[in-house]
Write a protein that binds this ligand. Sequence first.
Ligand code: GSH
Length: 202
Amino acid sequence: MKLFYAPGACSLAVHIALRELGLSFETVKVDLATHTTADGRDYFDISPRGYVPMLELDDGSRHTEAGALLQYLADQGPGRALIGEPGTARRLSVTEWVTFVGTELHKTFSPWLWHKETADSTRQAVRDKLATRFAELDARLAPQDYLAGEFSIADVYAFTIVNWSNFLGISLKAWPHLQAYLARVAARPAVKGALVAEGLAT
Ligand SMILES: N[C@@H](CCC(=O)N[C@@H](CS)C(=O)NCC(=O)O)C(=O)O
């Protein structure tokens, strides 16, 4: 498999999942400012939307959407430990939180807080919305270590997106359980490995 990624972008979640699952893969770095790959190709020729993550399977087919890619990969892990068997409460809980991260967190942060041209009033509205979602996560994580009970792909995705707060100067002090959760996930060897490989940690 080949993962097209940009350092620290939402593609980090897929990168972490590949490592958590011990799957064999290679990476292609994409510069999202110029939409060119590290080997000089126009990324729009590879991915018409110009988005990462994109996963190229061994049969040459190319696939997008972080939430779908995470579920595809987790289905290949032993005992489907990171997602649960189809039709179980565990599976519902994991996919529920993956969808929550994708629709309520990922697409609230992005593109608004990453684009310099976003108006201050919009920026504030986005931060206010995120604050309510962070409060919900904080309450969820007060009695338990992970979003869906045991560690899952929902945590990989949530870590990747909530961690953007640190790059964007959004303080998480008001949500200590969420802060502790980020540190807990960051301490996992697969997460550390992905951060180092993407040049985000040493
Ligand atoms: N719906 C896509 C969105 C992916 C996405 O927003 N990717 C961002 C990085 S986190 C991107 O590649 N942006 C490049 C651009 O806007 O040109 C998904 O969930 O995977």
